[in-house]
Design a protein around this ligand. Structure first.
Ligand code: HEC
Length: 114
């Protein structure tokens, strides 16, 4: 009886370890995907008209390192921010860029908020 209980326990621990490893692997992949979307988003920001009126990417990076306020000053609610960009007349390029560019740019903006 004790032998079966021990085997059962060991199998349980093995399963939990496997599940943990699988989760860590999956989670790491998600983090990497988010990072690369934000990096592409930085390029979208730099290559559209954004920097005609806003700070350049390298300055925003410096500010982020020093934890200074960068691009986003007033709209700290993300949904409100996106709604603003969708409707403001100065931000038509946000509306007309293709979906992939826009979602990468949004990933970049999300990082700017933190
Ligand atoms: C013609 C000038 C102009 C261009 C081009 C422009 N913006 Fe703006 N943007 C502004 C101004 C002015 C504001 C502030 C408006 C306000 O607060 O009412 C603003 C606000 C914002 C905000 C919100 C900041 C905050 O503190 O709430 C974000 C984010 C933003 N712009 C991103 C972008 C991105 C991304 C692009 C390129 C796709 C872009 N802007 C292009 C002029 C511009």
């Amino acid at each position: 009886m004790a032998r079966y209980t021990r085997r059962f326990l060991l199998q349980g621990i093995g399963l939990i370890l496997l599940a943990t490893l699988a989760f860590l692997f999956w989670n790491n992949k998600k983090v990497q995907e988010k990072k690369s979307a934000a990096l592409r988003g930085e390029e979208v920001y730099a290559s559209h008209d954004c920097t005609d009126c806003h700070l350049a990417v390298h300055i925003l990076r410096e500010k982020a390192q020093k934890r200074e306020v960068g691009l986003i000053r007033s709209r700290t609610d993300f949904d409100e921010l996106v709604k603003f960009l969708q409707t403001d007349a100065r931000h038509t390029s946000f509306v007309i860029m293709d979906d992939k560019d826009r979602s990468d740019l949004i990933a970049y903006l999300r990082l700017q908020l933190h």
